[in-house]
Design a protein around this ligand. Structure first.
Ligand SMILES: CC[C@@H](C(=O)O)C(=O)SCCNC(=O)CCNC(=O)[C@H](O)C(C)(C)COP(=O)(O)OP(=O)(O)OC[C@H]1O[C@@H](n2cnc3c(N)ncnc32)[C@H](O)[C@@H]1OP(=O)(O)O
Ligand SMILES: [Co+2]
Length: 133
């Protein structure tokens, strides 16, 4: 079952200057930075009450974030939903005809197992499922 929005992912060109920008915007500093080598990203996280924002900077030109910025520019990259049982949710969504971008949950940032759905099957929105490890 999808429970709530876990985070909103924003693709940025330069995470250091974006951290400064979002710190001014939210009036709070980011609480965590983490690199996820398998995704080719550096991340930082802000939390405003229950709303979590994930900034993502590419670490190599093959990264999904580098390709996204090249095509669409900086901006909202994905919406992540928390799930209580990622395997059950992946199976359910696959049976509903959605295209999973990974058949096995992978390790994301902030201690999560994640799975992505192809944006072509979700009205152009990249959806991430997250389960706390
Ligand atoms: C930090 C870890 C983790 C977390 O814990 O939170 C993350 O959030 S990691 C985030 C980065 N990782 C990913 O996004 C992995 C999933 N994404 C992918 O597998 C790929 O990006 C993709 C969605 C399959 C697209 O890859 P690819 O086909 O190689 O790229 P193209 O540039 O050719 O795009 C094809 C097509 O899809 C459109 N697109 C791409 N990204 C998005 C997006 N984020 N939202 C909406 N649409 C997207 C792209 O514009 C192309 O469309 P057309 O030009 O119309 O064909
Ligand atoms: Co994410």
């Amino acid at each position: 079952m999808l429970t709530n929005v876990e985070h909103i992912g924003i693709a940025v060109k330069d995470i250091a200057s974006s951290n400064e920008l979002f710190t001014k915007l939210f009036n709070i500093p980011h609480y965590k930075s983490e690199s996820v080598e398998s995704e080719g990203v550096n991340t930082s996280f802000f939390k405003i009450n229950e709303t979590k924002i994930e900034l993502l900077e590419a670490t190599n030109p093959e990264s999904a974030i580098a390709k996204f910025i090249e095509k669409k520019g900086e901006g909202i990259h994905h919406i992540a939903f928390e799930v209580d049982d990622i395997l059950a949710e992946m199976e359910r969504l696959k049976a509903e005809g959605f295209t999973l971008l990974n058949e096995v949950p992978k390790k994301g940032a902030d201690n999560k197992l994640v799975c992505f759905l192809h944006p072509k099957g979700t009205n152009g929105v990249l959806i991430e499922l997250c389960q706390e490890i």
